[in-house]
Design a protein around this ligand. Sequence first.
Ligand code: 5GP
Ligand code: ZN
Length: 114
Amino acid sequence: MTEDCIFCKIVAGKVGGPPLYQDDEMTAFKDINPQSPTHILIVTNQHLASLNEATEADQAVLGRLLLLAAKLAKDEGIAEQGYRLVINNGREAGQEVFHLHLHLMGGRKMRLMG
Ligand code: 5GP
Ligand code: ZN
């Protein structure tokens, strides 16, 4: 756990409620400021600041993030109508929390850029 990282604290159960999903590699929880009716964040339990820090050793867990997103979309009932997966990587892309995370958003019609 990295001190001062809000997502590390959520993974550790120190802040926030119970996660939607957690195993020994990944945690999923609702975004505090949802941009769509379904807005879930999926994070690696291990602190990785961004994709820039990912290595071959992270290949499997990064793949599993996508599979978990698809499973959660099914659980949320939005798999058929569609959903969007987003990773904001770096400041200019809008990354605000520097702990790698995947946004799973759906439940409304998306425009190209939002
Ligand atoms: P980013 O802009 O880094 O891609 O996305 C960060 C996301 O984390 C934002 O959508 C923001 O609403 C969410 N967020 C920030 N702090 C918290 C928090 O303490 N709890 C939860 N559940 N979400 C958070
Ligand atoms: Zn972290």
